[in-house]
Design a protein around this ligand. Structure first.
Ligand SMILES: Nc1ncnc2c1ncn2[C@@H]1O[C@H](COP(=O)(O)OP(=O)(O)OP(=O)(O)O)[C@@H](O)[C@H]1O
Length: 239
């Protein structure tokens, strides 16, 4: 399948099991929230999806390419927005994106076209000439998302992309990325510990202590509509 497939992935950090037989499928064009408290294993899963850590057990396919057997093919289909900023704050958005495009071997007019398109997708076209340092937190994150779209990935990973943002910026980024999936056809895996970033029609994988506890449409996990309360109940630690 051309979305994202994770099958039976287990991972140990020394004696500590961080992931235990994790399986998850995200269909093409679907937005999936990976919802887990601190220590659930989200970062470990992301490091496997991005090829930063080697798979110990199980299988990962990105847009139909097995990450262990065809890492290059798999990783070129993947866009990643890391928690840490990937843009140079002293440079304008445009210069940052030209550099990022060059890293993908994209230059000249094609780079200009891709940058314009990527910025337009996150409503940032008018900020191309501003220095990253001068942008507010929400616009910085949107510029990071534009960077991740330059090579036209089919799967986009975002690792807690709203950390440190105010409520309005959080809502704007969440809406933009939902649009990238719904209208743009991107497959999105969005790691968060905030249930209010999930729309009722989103797929949600609830993760806790290295396990996927539930994977379904949000309104099926919390039929009364209170996903935050349901999430807390599912992941509550004994007092
Ligand atoms: N390098 C490491 N060495 C040892 N244990 C680790 C290492 N990285 C993660 N762990 C442990 O693995 C488990 C999963 O951690 P991970 O960082 O993947 O979770 P997370 O859901 O991303 O949490 P957070 O939101 O706090 O980053 C935790 O128990 C953590 O302490």
């Amino acid at each position: 399948m051309s979305g994202l497939a994770i099958e039976g992935v287990s991972h140990d950090h020394g004696a500590r099991r961080a992931l235990d037989a994790v399986s998850l499928r995200v269909a093409p064009g679907q937005f999936c929230a990976l919802l887990g408290p601190n220590g659930a294993g989200k970062s470990t899963l992301f490091s496997l999806l991005t090829g930063l850590a080697a798979l110990q057990a199980g299988r990962i396919e990105i847009a139909g390419h097995d990450i262990a057997r065809r890492p290059r093919a798999a990783l070129t289909r993947l866009g990643v927005v890391f928690q840490q900023a990937a843009l140079d704050p002293e440079l304008p958005v445009m210069a940052n994106l030209r550099y990022a495009a060059a890293l993908h071997g994209i230059g000249g007019r094609e780079a200009g076209r891709r940058i314009d398109a990527a910025l337009a997708r996150v409503s940032m076209a008018e900020r191309a000439r501003e220095r990253v340092r001068d942008l507010n937190g929400g616009h910085r994150r949107r510029a990071e998302i534009a960077r991740a779209l330059l090579h036209r990935p089919s799967v986009l990973l975002l690792d807690e992309p709203t950390v440190g943002l105010d409520a309005a910026s959080r809502a704007a980024i969440t809406a933009h990325v939902h649009d990238l999936a719904g209208q743009g056809g991107l497959t999105v895996l969005w790691a968060t510990h905030l249930a209010d970033e999930v729309a009722p029609g989103d797929q949600v994988a609830v993760m806790h202590r290295g396990h996927i506890l539930a994977c379904a449409v949000a309104r099926d996990i919390a039929p009364e509509g209170d996903l935050a309360a349901r999430f807390l109940a599912m992941t509550a630690e004994p007092a």
